[in-house]
Design a protein around this ligand. Structure first.
Ligand code: ADP
Ligand code: MG
Length: 204
């Protein structure tokens, strides 16, 4: 079994529809501690991704890299380059994603790209706070197969997202608020949880 372009299409189609349905929620969260554009930014980017002609890419890896470039050029804000880097790196490390370990390595490469680009650490109240425990849980369950690993990752991602609520932001726009950023859920941690939940539904 390997994850081909149609698997990636299923993942990104699911994610695009959840982003669309939750664009107002993401924008409201971003209005509380940012500038209120995360939902519209992500919805615009995922619409552009949905318009890509997936069949025109020779491999799933090529398609993933194009998704990354599309997100860089359409999402904007802090999250556009971060999401873009994630998919560029996932694509570069994808291979044919034949095993749970392979998929884990690709997702890990994506997170490493976000860390290299954004320089956030766990506890800074960003998407990194959700993705880091998600990938740790994935690795812990990878020997049980892709479905078990992704389900564990989705649960850990959601817990990491919830854990951003009491945190004081140290990166991104929310950090301008200082202590006043505490008590609000991070929008980027919320959208990456939708991404991992979509993977658990569609790639498993
Ligand atoms: P902007 O803040 O430029 O308006 P968005 O609203 O689209 O961009 O995205 C905000 C989200 O980006 C935050 O909720 C946070 O999760 C994420 N973010 C911001 N800066 C960083 C960073 N340096 N590293 C990781 N994630 C970040
Ligand atoms: Mg914003």
């Amino acid at each position: 079994m390997s994850l081909d372009t149609s698997s990636v299409v299923a993942w990104l189609t699911d994610f695009a529809s959840v982003i669309h349905d939750n664009a107002d929620l993401l924008t409201d969260l971003d209005r509380e501690i940012g500038d209120g554009d995360h939902g519209s930014n992500m919805d615009r980017g995922m619409k552009a991704v949905a318009e890509l002609e997936s069949a025109s890419f020779p491999t799933a890896a090529d398609y993933l890299k194009k998704i990354g470039m599309t997100l860089v050029s359409t999402v904007g804000g802090a999250s556009g380059p971060l999401y873009g880097t994630f998919f560029l790196r996932v694509g570069t490390a994808w291979g044919d994603a034949a095993s749970a370990e392979d998929l884990g390595k690709a997702l890990r490469a994506g997170l490493d790209g976000i860390l290299a680009r954004g320089k956030a650490e766990v506890g800074d109240k960003t998407m990194v706070d959700a993705l880091t425990p998600a990938l740790a849980a994935y690795d812990e369950h990878a020997s049980e197969g892709i479905e078990a690993a992704l389900n564990a990752a989705a649960l850990a991602c959601a817990a990491g997202r919830d854990a951003t609520i009491p945190l004081v932001a140290r990166k991104g726009r929310a950090s301008y608020l200082g202590e006043r950023s505490a008590g609000h859920q991070d929008p980027g941690a919320t959208s990456v949880t939708f991404l991992i939940e979509a993977a658990a539904r569609s790639l498993a």
